[in-house]
Design a binder for this molecule. Structure first.
Ligand code: CIR
Length: 271
């Protein structure tokens, strides 16, 4: 939901969450199994991935979103991970400049779809590099992971953009995580879900933290979408923790995307 001028419809004052009305997704294409991965979980099954993607879209719809499905891109195996190509803020979109050279073109390829829905477009410029997966929005406060994909220049450009629009951002150095959101998600209000190196991260000291259960660190990547939290299936102990904190959980099977280092946040741009 973009800022409509005087009235900001982004923040829900009662629940203190970002309210979304739409999402962009791109189903995996035929070359999906040739994308980047360090997961070591084996080769994904394309048909299964497509079915899981349909289940993911259904979950977004269950949260009330209108989902626009873009065409698979045969030449770009990682293009299903659309989150990395842009950052959707309440004022507009920032087209990223993905850190992996094989993914860089994906940002240009998603731009027309974003132009159709967004009033204000900005783009990260060289030598800046930024993956959307490194950007965690907690309301109007953004945390940007400095990873192998996102560099200080990319983060600085995004922070300047945010400050010009009354938001703010800060960079967090990552040690081993692929992306910042691999290890932290905003559940709403003052609550984060964390794992590993981000659980004790100073930047998050002021938040209440729920930690992913031991052995379930993949479940630290979830998305709060309006009334629900969408999380990966197969992580029952983390699910229990999230539900015990009062959240309504929708679990989706994303095993084939996990094999390619992607999680539930990576598969959509929400706004
Ligand atoms: C990559 O390595 O770029 C993809 N195979 C996975 C990207 C996952 N995206 C994300 O965490 N936002």
């Amino acid at each position: 939901v973009f800022n409509t001028g005087r009235q900001t419809r982004f923040a829900n004052p009662e629940q203190d969450i970002a309210m979304f009305s739409q999402a962009l997704v791109r189903p995996p294409g035929p070359s999906f199994a040739h994308g980047l991965t360090a997961a070591g979980l084996g080769r994904p099954d394309l048909e299964k991935a497509r079915a899981q993607h349909r289940g993911y879209v259904a979950a977004l719809e269950q949260c009330g979103l209108k989902v626009t499905t873009l065409k698979p891109l045969a030449d770009y195996p990682d293009a299903t991970f659309v989150e990395d190509t842009a950052v959707m803020t309440r004022d507009g979109a920032v087209i990223s400049r993905p850190g992996a050279p094989t993914r860089r073109v994906e940002a240009a390829l998603i731009r027309p779809a974003i132009e159709k829905v967004c009033p204000d477009i900005h783009a990260i410029a060289a030598p800046g590099r930024l993956d959307g997966g490194d950007v965690l929005a907690v309301g109007n406060r953004y945390y940007i992971g400095l990873s192998k994909r996102t560099n200080a220049e990319g983060a600085a450009q995004l922070i300047r953009y945010l400050r010009r629009r009354g938001a703010d951002g800060s960079a967090i150095g990552l040690k081993g995580l692929l992306h910042l959101k691999t290890g932290v998600s905003w559940l709403g209000g003052n609550t984060l879900l964390t794992t590993g190196e981000l659980t004790d991260c100073k930047a998050f000291a002021g938040y209440e933290r729920i930690t992913a259960a031991p052995g379930e660190s993949y479940a630290a990547n979830v998305i709060r979408v309006n009334a629900h939290v969408i999380m990966p299936g197969g992580h029952p102990r983390t699910r229990k923790k999230i539900e015990a904190a009062g959240y309504s959980v929708i679990a989706v099977d994303v095993t084939e995307f996990q094999k390619m280092d992607g999680g539930v946040s990576c598969l959509s741009l929400r706004f």
